[in-house]
Each structure stands twice: as C-alpha cells, then as structure tokens.
Design a protein around this ligand. Structure first.
Ligand SMILES: CC(C)(COP(=O)(O)OP(=O)(O)OC[C@H]1O[C@@H](n2cnc3c(N)ncnc32)[C@H](O)[C@@H]1OP(=O)(O)O)[C@@H](O)C(=O)NCCC(=O)NCCS
Length: 173
C-alpha cells in the first residue's frame, strides 16, 4: 500500500482537512476521540500495535486552521490477501456531519483498490444507525449477523460487505 497519502478538502471558513497515515505521536490525540466515541474504546497499546502490523493501515484527518493542527477523525483497516476489513472508524464529536468519515472511507477504498483488494467488510452494532447509513452510502450491503458479538452489552453485530469492483465502477463509470 502507499506509504503517504494526502487528500485536502477546503471548507469555506478557511479550514483545511488533510489525510495522513498515523504515526506513534498521534496516538494520544486519537485516544481522546476514541474514548468519546465508544463504550469499549481501544487502548493506547492497541493503536500502538497497529503500527507494527504489516497488513494494517490507520489513516487520520487533521484539521488545519492557520498553524493549528488537530486530529478530528481516523480509520483503521487491515488488508489480508485481497480482502479488507475495517476495524475502527470515528470522528470527533464536535466535527461530525462534515464529511470527515466519508473522506476516510473514500481514502481507505481507493488505497485498497490500488493494493489489489477485491472485497471489503466490517461489523457494526445493530443500533448504530448513523454508521449503517454511512456505509450504505458507499454501497455496503448486509451479509449477516453475529449474534451477541459485543461483550459489553451482548449486542448483535451486523456484517456489511462491499464488492470493490462496484465502487471502482462508481469512480470510473
Ligand atoms: C459514524 C461516524 C463515524 C460518522 O462520522 P461523520 O464524520 O459524522 O460522517 P459524515 O459526515 O461523513 O456522514 C456521512 C453520512 O453518514 C450518515 N450519518 C452520519 N451521522 C449520522 C447521524 N448522526 N444520523 C444519521 N445519519 C448519519 C449520513 O448518511 C451522512 O450523510 P449526510 O450528512 O449527507 O446525511 C461518527 O458518527 C462517529 O464517530 N460515531 C461514533 C463511532 C462509531 O460509531 N464508529 C463506527 C463504528 S462501526
């Protein structure tokens, strides 16, 4: 997979949103979003471990206002052979509904296509309607249920799946 990737989006208020790969120094800031976003958040050690896994990628969005830079979202995914699995995705609560997760998924999908992936899958809590709606916008479909998958409340996971060829055709009709 590509080592560095930037995708700049300009917002009218003069803010820039750029996508980078996570480095060790980013983890503290990411943890702040993680703990505000999940009932069972990943730990520092879990994010640190992703840096050592050859098949793992963590992309993050940095918001720049003048010289001030702040991480406002991230996605973690694994590419194993030709299948991608999204493991984590979150946007800072103060920055939601600004297209940040959409940009992260687009970057993940494009990077996965370049790396030769064919399919992409993920699990999402049955009650997480915002995330399900987000994934549906990309053409993800429900493929099954993992009963009582989440240990904190025994909630079911919905398995969603996307044929990357379908996404590629949307990009290059
Ligand atoms: C789900 C999440 C990542 C979305 O991030 P975001 O940056 O706000 O998403 P976007 O702005 O790119 O939204 C894109 C689309 O997702 C859907 N969506 C996002 N938030 C939504 C909400 N609160 N209610 C309904 N739909 C929502 C909409 O279809 C939206 O498109 P629209 O704004 O044109 O209507 C964010 O709410 C979050 O971090 N949640 C907590 C962590 C989490 O649940 N992660 C996913 C785990 S599987």
């Amino acid at each position: 997979m590509a080592n560095s990737l930037t995708l700049d989006i300009h917002y009218s208020e003069g803010m820039y949103f750029s996508i980078f790969e996570m480095e060790a120094g980013d983890i503290e800031e990411i943890l702040d979003i993680e703990t505000q976003s999940f009932s069972s958040p990943w730990t520092k050690a879990m994010f640190r471990q992703e840096l050592d896994l050859e098949w793992s990628k963590v992309f993050l969005v940095k918001k720049s206002v003048g010289r001030l830079k702040e991480i406002v979202g991230y996605i973690c995914f694994w590419l194993i052979i030709d299948e991608v699995h999204i493991l984590n995705l979150a946007t800072h609560p103060d920055c939601r509904r600004n297209g940040i997760a959409t940009s992260l998924i687009n970057s993940c999908l494009k990077s996965s296509i370049l790396a030769g992936a064919k399919d992409i899958t993920l699990e999402v809590r049955k009650s997480n309607l915002p995330a399900i709606s987000l994934y549906r916008q990309f053409g993800f479909e429900v493929k099954g249920i993992r009963a009582r998958y989440y240990s904190d409340n025994r909630e079911d996971a919905i398995i969603m799946w996307l044929d990357l060829n379908r996404y590629r055709k949307r990009l290059f009709p």
